[in-house]
Write a protein that binds this ligand. Structure first.
Ligand code: ADP
Ligand code: MG
Length: 478
C-alpha cells in the first residue's frame, strides 16, 4: 500500500519535489483507519503537515477507503557518530548494521540534509535562547576535509577569502557557486559558514537552504512574526544560501529580493550555490537573478582521478579515527577512484558500501567490488558526453576541422555546424552556457544562448535538420 501511495505521490508532485520532501518518508504503522508515517526531522514533519498532508491523505483514501487519517511522526534520531552510517539507520549500532550505508544520501540529496540551517552567534541578537533556525552545520564539511583540485581551485580560493575576510571586507559579492549535483557545493558552503563562525571576528552567520528560507518565511508570515525574522536577518554579516534553484513563490522571492538588496547594499557578504548558473535560474524573479549576476559566478566541475582518490583516502582516515580496525586495500581504493567518475556523492556511496562489505567479507576481490558497485559506475550521468566528442563528430559530419569549429571564422559553412555543436553541447552535457562558450574558442555565453535558441527554432520547422541532429546524437553517443 505504502509503495503504491509513494508512486502516486511521486507522479503527482514530480520526481524532484518527491526526492526533496518525501525521500525519507517511511511507513511507521497502519491500524484499521489510521496510517502513521515517519520522517527524520521535525522540520520535515511540519513542512509535510502544512503542505502535503491533505494530498497524502486523499491518495491513501483512494487506495483504501477505510483510511480516515494520516499522521506524521518524527523518528527518534539515534545518530551514530560513525562516518558513513545512515543518519536515520533504524536504531543502528555498530554491531548490527542492518542497511547498507551506501543508500545514504544517494543522488538527489534528501531534505533533512537540505534543510540543515544554522545561525551562528545570533544569540547575541536574540535574547531568547535556543537556535533560531533548525539543525547545525555538518561537522564533516570543513575546508580541511575539502580536497582541492583543478576543478574546484577557483571556487575554493574564493570561499576561503570570504571566510577569512573581516566584516565589510567584501571581495566577491555575491559569490555564486554552481555545478551539477554531488560536486561539493554544500560541503564548500558549510565550510565557509563554519570557518567564519570559528574565526576570531565571529561574524554573525546564517546558513540555510532556499527551501528552509521558504519554510521559515512561510511560518513567520503565518504566525505574524515576519517582522522580527526580517529584523534578525537584517543584522547578519554573512548569508550563505544553498540550493538556490529551489526558491519558489512570488511573495517569498519578494522577501528574498529585499533581503538580498539590503545585505548587498550594506556590503554584507552573500554566498549562494545552485545547480546552474544565475542566468539559467529561469524560475527566479528577474530582480533576484540580476542581483545574483552582479557578483562573481564560479562553476565547479567533476573531480579528476587524483582528486577522487584523495577524497576516498581522506574519508578512510576519518573513518579510522573512529575505528582503527577499518581499512580498504589500496588497490581497491584506486580501482574505485578510477571507475566511479560521476560525483562526490557516488564516491561517498561507494565508500560506504565498501566499508560495510569489508566488515564481513575481508577478502573482497576486484571482481566482487565491480559487482557491488556496478550501479554507481557512471551513475547520475547515464550519457556522459564530452564536448570534445561533440565537436569531433560534428566537424567530421560537416567536413570542417575542429579548429575551424572553435575559430573566429564566420562563413556560413562553419557558422551552422558551430551552432549545431553548441546546441548539442547544451542538450547533451550539463555544462553551462559560459563554460560551453569557453570551450568554443572563448565565446561569450550570450553567443551560445543565441545558437541554442536558433537551432531550437530551426528544428521545429525543419524535419531534415531535426533528423540530422538525431543522427548526430546517435553518432556522439556511440
Ligand atoms: P553538492 O552540494 O554539490 O550536490 P555535496 O557538497 O553534497 O555536493 O558533495 C557530495 C559529497 O561529496 C559530500 O559528501 C562531499 O563531502 C563530497 N565531496 C564533493 N567534493 C569534494 C571535495 N572536493 N573534497 C571532499 N569531499 C568532496
Ligand atoms: Mg548540495
Amino acid at each position: 500500500l505504502f509503495e503504491r501511495v509513494s508512486a502516486r505521490l511521486k507522479a503527482q508532485v514530480g520526481p524532484d519535489v518527491f526526492a526533496s520532501w518525501f525521500g525519507r518518508l517511511k511507513l511507521h504503522s497502519v491500524s484499521k483507519s489510521v496510517v502513521r508515517l515517519s520522517v527524520p526531522t521535525t522540520f520535515l514533519k511540519s513542512w509535510i503537515n502544512n503542505r502535503y498532508l491533505d494530498l497524502i491523505t486523499s491518495i491513501f483514501q483512494q487506495e483504501d477507503a477505510e483510511i480516515l487519517k494520516v499522521e506524521i511522526l518524527v523518528r527518534s534520531a539515534t545518530r551514530s557518530t560513525r562516518p558513513g552510517l545512515q543518519e536515520d539507520a533504524p536504531q543502528a549500532n555498530r554491531s548490527d548494521v542492518a542497511t547498507p550505508a551506501s543508500s545514504r544520501r544517494s543522488a538527489p540529496q534528501t531534505l533533512a540534509h537540505h534543510a540543515a540551517a544554522t545561525v551562528g552567534n545570533l544569540q547575541k541578537l536574540q535574547p531568547v535562547a535556543g537556535p533560531l533556525f533548525g539543525s547545525p552545520l555538518d561537522s564533516r564539511y570543513t575546508f580541511e576535509s575539502f580536497v582541492e583540485g583543478s576543478s574546484n581551485r577557483v571556487a575554493l580560493a574564493a570561499a576561503k577569502t570570504i571566510a577569512e575576510a573581516g566584516a565589510g571586507a567584501v571581495r566577491f559579492n555575491p559569490l555564486f557557486i554552481h555545478s551539477t549535483v554531488g560536486l561539493g557545493k554544500t560541503h564548500l558552503l558549510q565550510a565557509i559558514a563554519t570557518a567564519a563562525i570559528q574565526s576570531a571576528r565571529a561574524p554573525r552567520v546564517v546558513y540555510l537552504t532556499a527551501e528552509y528560507f521558504m519554510w521559515r518565511f512561510a511560518t513567520a508570515i503565518r504566525d505574524n512574526d515576519a517582522l522580527s525574522l526580517k529584523e534578525t536577518l537584517r543584522n547578519i554579516d554573512l548569508l550563505v544560501i544553498d540550493d538556490m534553484q529551489f526558491l519558489q513563490g512570488k511573495s517569498i522571492q519578494h522577501e528574498f529580493c529585499h533581503l538580498l538588496n539590503m545585505l548587498l547594499d550594506s556590503a554584507k557578504q552573500v554566498v549562494v550555490a545552485a545547480d546552474r548558473a544565475p542566468w539559467e535560474l529561469e524560475s527566479l524573479d528577474p530582480r533576484v537573478r540580476s542581483r545574483l549576476q552582479g557578483g562573481v559566478a564560479i562553476e565547479m566541475e567533476g573531480p579528476d582521478y587524483e582528486m577522487r582518490l584523495e577524497i576516498l583516502k581522506r574519508r578512510l582516515e576519518v573513518a579510522r579515527l573512529d575505528d582503527a580496525s577499518l581499512d580498504i586495500p589500496a588497490n581497491i581504493l584506486s580501482h574505485v577512484a578510477r571507475n566511479i567518475t560521476a560525483s562526490g556523492r557516488e564516491l561517498e556511496g561507494a565508500f560506504n558500501q565498501l566499508l560495510f562489505r569489508l566488515s564481513f567479507e575481508p577478502q573482497l576481490s576486484i571482481e566482487r567490488v565491480d559487482e557491488l558497485l556496478g550501479h554507481l559506475v557512471n551513475a547520475g550521468e547515464p550519457r556522459r558526453v564530452r564536448i570534445e566528442d561533440i565537436q569531433r563528430v560534428v566537424a567530421k559530419h560537416y567536413n570542417v576541422s575542429r579548429q575551424e569549429l572553435v575559430s573566429n571564422r564566420r562563413t556560413r559553412v562553419i557558422v551552422k555546424p558551430r551552432q549545431i555543436a553548441m546546441y548539442l553541447a547544451k542538450t547533451l552535457t550539463p555544462r553551462s552556457f559560459p563554460e560551453i562558450g569557453r570551450r568554443f574558442g572563448g565565446r561569450d555565453h550570450t553567443t551560445v544562448l543565441h545558437a541554442v535558441r536558433k537551432i531550437e527554432d530551426l528544428i521545429t520547422g525543419d524535419t531534415k535538420l531535426s533528423h540530422e541532429i538525431e543522427l548526430l546524437k546517435r553518432l556522439i553517443n556511440e
